[in-house]
Design a protein around this ligand. Structure first.
Ligand SMILES: [Zn+2]
Length: 218
């Protein structure tokens, strides 16, 4: 470490992006968090259009333990220190597992107007923006949530599917037609949200759709 960096680290000690422990100047995480946040490759194939088609969903983490806690902090407490690392991990796994060379836009799962007003930000949009910079793909807001839905995990399997039907729409069909998308969200559980969004994008003429999230529930 240079003298300059040493002095800076004495005055402003560098802290782990996840647990706040003081760490070495050239690191992002403490050793414990490096073990917990070691990206894996989780690829899921989510059926849509009655099982006729499948969309691929790529995630670098399982939604459990420390990863779950960190995502909840991002989602509900506006803690963004982990966002860059999460977006890098998603970008790395997308590049390893999918052909994104012909992708036109990155889009994200929208929140309802009311939820957006209450929270003040959409964590999936934040992820899309950082991911867009890393992959050098423009971000476009193409979807809109047109009605309130119940929280998915509070519902049984059948109600979950019914809960989302007709909840999303596209903002402008012209911007979607013949375009290929990366569609991102913070987590994927049953895949119903992606299924519904992909159905709307496809019926509006979208080409390829690749889904990605920070974490997958299975
Ligand atoms: Zn840590």
């Amino acid at each position: 470490m240079s003298i300059k960096n040493f002095l800076i680290s004495c005055i402003f000690p560098k802290r782990c992006i996840f647990c706040d422990e003081v760490i070495e100047y050239d690191k992002n995480m403490c050793e414990n968090c490096t073990d917990i946040f070691s990206p894996a490759t989780i690829v899921r194939h989510i059926p849509y259009f009655g099982g006729e088609k499948f969309i691929e969903c790529i995630s670098p983490f399982l939604y459990t333990g420390g990863v779950r806690k960190a995502i909840l902090k991002l989602k509900f407490h506006n803690v963004r220190s982990n966002l860059d690392f999460f977006a890098s991990s998603v970008a790395e796994k997308l590049l390893e597992n999918s052909d994104i060379s012909d992708v036109d836009y990155i889009c994200f799962v929208p929140m309802s107007e009311k939820n957006f007003k209450d929270r003040g930000y959409n964590q999936s949009e934040l992820l899309a923006e950082v991911l867009g910079k890393k992959l050098k793909v423009p971000v476009k807001n193409v979807l809109v949530k047109i009605r309130e839905t119940f929280t998915q995990h509070e519902l049984g399997a059948e109600d979950r599917t019914r809960n989302l039907i007709g909840a999303f729409s596209v903002l402008n069909r012209e911007e979607v037609r013949n375009k290929n998308f990366i569609l991102c969200d913070d987590i994927v559980t049953t895949g119903n949200t992606f299924k519904e969004c992909a159905k709307i994008l496809s019926s509006s003429g979208a080409g390829k759709i690749i889904c990605c999230t920070i974490a997958s529930a299975k």
